[in-house]
Design a protein around this ligand. Structure first.
Ligand SMILES: Nc1ncnc2c1ncn2[C@@H]1O[C@H](COP(=O)(O)OP(=O)(O)OP(=O)(O)O)[C@@H](O)[C@H]1O
Length: 348
């Protein structure tokens, strides 16, 4: 898609969004509520018309100011958060429905319905009705109904949002395995960064109708384009320095630069804050929250800056420690400059 724009009345939902998705790629659109993820998906599906810009699938132009290919001719299947199953049709009836609409012959329909039900492990439940299924099973039926039309691209709009945590995890595995086996191009909308990072080959981070960064989960995590992406992807703290740092190792006297507060911002992941370092920066524990495998500490440095750190042991609120920062990611400079400093980053 190129320079895609969409407004609703005075509200700009999307602003010049450009993105190239490779065939067979699993892409997640990630961002807070209202950033334009669903609008992007609906534009791809053809349910909305862009104000400007172009959508292509291979060599075919699907959307341009001159022409709009209707949704049913786009070779895209969509899976909705609400499943959108017909309550009066059985599992098999729901999956068969698009083929009936397309007037596919009876024997061919039966074969394809059986095939996709087997693929989503729902053969045994073919005769059940949606109300007799769990959320995860309904979602698999919705996926089967989408697959039966053999789409080139599958669009998924927060497909796991209505499921409990346990079921989400198993459906995540399911989607991942499904993608690995079929290598279908998938565009997956979510506001959950863990889900996006766990599933996607590349993640498009969106904010207020704009694309902030489109990169692999590893790149987003280690080399966020700016402070918003950094904050959105995993935990961490922004520290202000007198001069910009870029993926640097701050130990001993170097760390004192944190005391020379300035306008240059750098990002610190909690796992790069080392506690109890002799000669480190004095810090006070403000909060210590037990999160199962570790404690998450909110620290306050002497100059008032705050840092998040991890600890294997509980550190009582009010206690004192001294910290060193193993690694900082500079957020003020351009990416090129940051890349140039990468050889100075110690191995993780
Ligand atoms: N049909 C519409 N009419 C008016 N405004 C709309 C319409 N559809 C979306 N919007 C607005 O456009 C913006 C982007 O909406 P969109 O649904 O794409 O966001 P989203 O990132 O998918 O959010 P969520 O995660 O909450 O679904 C929002 O401010 C929304 O209110």
């Amino acid at each position: 898609m190129t320079a895609l724009g969409k407004h609703f009345g005075a509200h700009v939902a999307l602003e010049a969004l450009s993105m190239a998705i490779e065939p067979g790629e699993f892409v997640a659109l990630l961002g807070p509520s209202g950033c334009g993820k669903s609008t992007t998906l609906r534009l791809l599906a053809g349910f909305e018309t862009p104000d400007h810009g172009e959508i292509r699938l291979g060599d075919q132009v699907l959307s341009s100011p001159q022409a709009q290919v209707p949704p049913e001719q786009r070779r895209m299947g969509m899976v909705f958060q609400s499943y959108a199953l017909w309550p009066h049709l059985s599992v098999a009836g729901n999956v068969d429905y698009p083929l009936r609409v397309q007037k596919v012959a009876g024997s061919e329909r039966r074969r394809r319905v059986e095939d996709v039900l087997a693929r989503v492990d729902m053969t045994a439940m073919a005769g059940r009705y949606p109300r007799e299924l769990s959320g995860g099973q309904r979602q698999r039926v919705a996926l089967a109904r989408c697959l039966v039309s053999q789409p080139a691209v599958i669009l998924l709009d927060e497909p796991l949002a209505n499921l409990d945590r346990h079921l989400r995890a198993s459906m995540e595995d399911y989607f991942r395995d499904f993608h690995r086996e079929t290598v279908t191009t998938m565009v997956y909308v979510t506001h959950d960064q863990d889900e996006a990072m766990a599933l996607a080959d590349r993640v498009a981070v969106m904010q207020e109708g704009r694309l902030k960064q489109f990169a692999t989960p590893e790149t987003l995590y280690h080399q966020p384009a700016d402070v918003e992406v950094a904050r959105f992807i995993g935990q961490g703290s922004v520290v202000h320095l007198a001069r910009a740092a870029a993926g640097e190792w701050l130990t001993g006297s170097d760390a004192q630069r944190l005391n020379e507060q300035g306008s240059a911002r750098a990002f610190v992941r909690p796992q790069h804050v080392v506690l109890g370092v002799e000669g480190g920066l004095p810090a006070r524990v403000e909060r210590c929250i037990f999160r199962g495998e570790r404690h998450v500490l909110s620290l306050r440095l002497e100059d008032g800056q705050s840092l998040t750190a991890y600890s294997h042991t509980a550190q009582p609120a009010g206690s004192h420690t001294s910290v060193a920062i193993e690694r900082l990611w500079g957020l003020e400079e351009g990416h090129t400059k940051m890349q140039a400093h990468r050889d100075r980053v110690p191995a993780q």
